[in-house]
Design a protein. Structure first.
Length: 318
């Protein structure tokens, strides 16, 4: 809560509250436990805010509590403003490759719902995912990372579809085999793409070559099993290749993407040009630039909304 604000309480409270209502929870004890849990979670937050008020004053507390929570939700703090449907577009891409198995999961959950199995687990997962998603969509400020608390629910919702697809159950036909086939053939292509991207960035390291070669080999191995329609072999080879793919993306591709989008090079260039003791001042910086400046420079940076201040002696404006 002390890092994510009110959303850290709102997401579990909304998910559990909706689940209680849907499952017709009439136990007063259960509702009291839910409220008591929220109250207990607020105790360290209140203590931290009191310490913050003593150290920094009311303005800082107001910024933390109101601006960074209510302001982001209503849009009065205009950072990361996005339309209502933002997450509907963003989530499938962020949830790859598992998003490919959503149709298979829907088919499997539909079969289970019509059967005699307990429906309460599915109710809970649906409340965990969709109730907070609606709340986040109603908020004016949106970022892809805000969906992180919903990923466990999404993973458990999709898992039955993946399990049935790998088991080659009769309950799944093309909805399982098509994603498996697409993913198997995409992995070798991804290996080649990682090498090409590293070459274009001028950072083709031995690790990039070895890891991409391993991915190409594992992906091709999975492709052979798919072509032979050897689904038990696919169930072993494809997860192995997928793990290697995540490692390649995280340790080879993602650092290069970060270098391209990061303010690190700019800020280090400014510091090197101006000197370590220069008075660096940011003119109307975005929240991202201000945070990057403090992180990469290792100290607080002045902010101004007056363009004339950048012409003061000794000031280096950005």
């Amino acid at each position: 809560m002390m890092t994510k604000g009110l959303v850290a309480v709102a997401i579990p409270l909304l998910a559990l509250g909706c689940w209680f209502l849907w499952s017709r929870q009439r136990s007063v004890h259960a509702w009291l436990c839910l409220g008591g849990g929220v109250a207990l979670a607020l105790i360290p937050v209140c203590a931290w805010l009191f310490a913050l008020w003593q150290a920094q004053g009311w303005d800082t507390v107001y910024t933390v509590v109101w601006t960074n929570n209510i302001g982001r939700f209503t849009g009065s703090h205009p950072e990361h403003i996005a339309p209502f449907h933002y997450y509907l577009v963003k989530f499938p891409g962020q949830f790859l490759p598992w998003a490919l198995f959503i149709p298979a999961a829907v088919k499997e959950w539909r079969r289970r719902w019509r059967g005699q199995e307990d429906k309460d687990p599915l109710r809970f997962l649906l409340c965990w995912f969709f109730a907070p998603l609606l709340l986040l969509s109603l908020s004016a400020g949106k970022r892809g990372v805000y969906l992180v608390p919903l990923y466990p629910a999404a993973a458990m919702l999709v898992a039955p579809g993946i399990t049935v697809a790998l088991a080659r159950s009769k309950a799944v036909t093309k909805w399982g085999t098509i994603p498996l086939t697409f993913l198997s053939f995409a992995l070798p292509v991804g290996a080649v793409s990682a090498v090409v991207f590293s070459m274009q960035s001028g950072q083709l390291t031995p690790f990039a070559i070895v890891s991409s070669t391993a991915l190409a080999a594992a992906g091709t191995w999975a492709c052979v099993a798919v072509v032979q329609r050897n689904w038990p072999a696919v169930a072993v080879r494809l997860p192995l290749a997928t793990v290697i793919a995540f490692a390649v993306f995280g340790m080879v591709v993602q650092p290069l993407l970060n270098d391209r989008s990061s303010y690190r090079s700019l800020l280090h260039e400014v510091e090197a040009t101006a000197g370590p003791y220069a008075d660096i001042c940011l003119y109307k910086p975005s929240e991202r630039l201000l945070g990057a400046a403090v992180f990469y420079l290792g100290h607080s940076v002045r902010v101004t909304h007056n363009l004339a201040r950048l012409t003061d002696p000794g000031v280096v404006g950005v």
